[in-house]
Design a protein around this ligand. Sequence first.
Ligand SMILES: [Zn+2]
Length: 119
Amino acid sequence: MHSSCREAIKKDIGVLGTFIAMYCAGKHAAKGKTVIRGVGKLAMYINPLAFELCDECAKLFLYAASKRLICPYNPKPACKDCQTHCYGEPHRSKIREIMRYSGMRMILRGSISYIRKFF
Ligand SMILES: [Zn+2]
């Protein structure tokens, strides 16, 4: 894999994890959380990030990260502009809910440049 491609994946998976972790911290405050570990190729992207998520969010994060890993486009278009709807339900609805939830919070904090790619 080309190294710039690897960097892009790393960045995108970091953004995904940040959104999901923000959502999980806000919505699932009462749930137990564990540090997320990836397996296989995902390990090198996910393990250094050490996001703490509940089981439900962990599954979604691993799903989303694995989809990003196999995204055939370089550069990756914004998901909403993409022809390939790679997320199946219910993951698609859930990730949109998370993007809205955490996206609003990031806009309020002024970190808007962070989120463009995923809206
Ligand atoms: Zn959660």
